[in-house]
Design a protein around this ligand. Structure first.
Ligand SMILES: NC(=O)c1ccc[n+]([C@@H]2O[C@H](COP(=O)([O-])OP(=O)(O)OC[C@H]3O[C@@H](n4cnc5c(N)ncnc54)[C@H](OP(=O)(O)O)[C@@H]3O)[C@@H](O)[C@H]2O)c1
Length: 289
């Protein structure tokens, strides 16, 4: 259980009041993995992300708000602080992280992180005033980076993928290859007039990071704000993206909490098609405030 505060609208009072919210796991928790990646499965470069797509940050926020996130130590350092209004569990061998970052819990392995996310935070760690609101979360999101994703693929039931229509030639961190046959594409990419559709988010891209944008010959490009179909040959600064959700097939159950494999094949394999190439969408976290 973690403490977070939020402002509630109090219509009878002139001033809004701030009520602490305790995030508590519900009895049934789904483990999902949330990632944004390029066509080359790039997820990071020099400790950050080589793109800026505000729509994806909003999508990430929507997926993770008022629930629990699990991240690797470098991802925490990349974000620079615990994500607000979420329970933050960090996987690291460095337990002194707690002295440098407020509102985090540190555990030494991913199975321990998942186990911890399924129980309430020790009461001694929670500073809750008399008046607080309990919010039960149903989802635990593993939000990266690459090192954590590689192991997390064995535990997640759901993949929330944002596919960015770009390659990042100097990226140094990549999403692992995914065994596609274990996953059912639940939400098809958006379609317009029976054709693959990408959204376009106009935003200046960060300086000093190379991006290669291949032509979108077959797809329709829609403005993410207005839905207007855009001329894909003459797009302003920004990136095309789409979101996809994959569910693990029933017969491919994830490993259990003890770390033993219970499914027919829950492992990551090098011979598989790649979720990014499969045409999905992406989402992100590290740049989010
Ligand atoms: N595009 C996206 O969706 C996305 C999401 C997240 C991050 N990123 C990017 O990814 C990069 C960081 O990823 P990264 O792979 O370098 O680092 P990371 O996975 O965030 O952190 C690595 C560290 O976390 C701990 N750790 C990770 N997996 C572990 C495991 N299975 N068991 C035990 N400890 C584990 C270790 O900490 P100790 O060394 O302290 O023991 C390890 O050194 C950044 O560039 C970031 O911007 C992108």
């Amino acid at each position: 259980m973690t403490q977070t505060t939020e402002t509630t609208d109090n219509s009878s009072a002139a001033k809004p009041t701030t009520v602490p919210v305790l995030l508590v796991p519900s009895h049934k928790i789904d483990v999902q993995l949330v990632v944004a990646c390029g066509l080359d499965r790039a997820i990071g470069e020099r400790g950050t992300m080589p793109w800026y797509v505000p729509d994806d940050l909003s999508h990430f926020k929507e997926l993770t708000l008022r629930s629990c996130v699990i991240m690797g130590r470098k991802t925490l350092e990349s974000i620079g602080k615990a994500l607000p209004h979420r329970r933050n569990i960090v996987v690291s061998s460095d337990f002194t992280l707690k002295d440098r970052f407020a509102n985090i819990e540190v555990v030494s392995s991913l199975p321990l992180a998942i186990e911890r996310a399924k129980i309430a935070r020790p009461w001694a760690e929670v500073r809750c005033e008399e008046r607080c609101r309990v919010h039960y979360y149903h989802t635990v999101s593993i939000i990266g980076g690459a090192q954590l994703f590689a192991e997390a693929l064995n535990y997640a039931n759901t993949l929330q993928v944002t596919q960015l229509w770009a390659r990042f030639p100097h990226a140094d961190t990549f999403f692992p290859e995914v065994e596609r046959k274990n996953w059912r594409w639940e939400c098809m990419p958006q379609q317009c007039a029976g054709r693959d559709t990408f959204f376009f988010c106009a935003a200046p891209q960060p300086e000093g990071f190379a991006q290669e944008i291949p032509p979108l010959d077959e797809a329709i490009v829609q403005d993410s704000r207005t839905g207007e179909v855009l001329d894909r040959e003459h797009l302003p600064q920004g990136l095309c993206y789409r979101f996809s959700t994959f569910r693990r097939k029933k017969e491919m159950r994830p490993v259990d909490d003890a770390g033993t494999e219970s499914g027919a094949n829950a492992s990551v394999s090098a011979e598989t098609a790649d979720v990014a190439e499969a045409g999905t969408s992406s989402a992100e976290a590290p740049q989010e405030a």
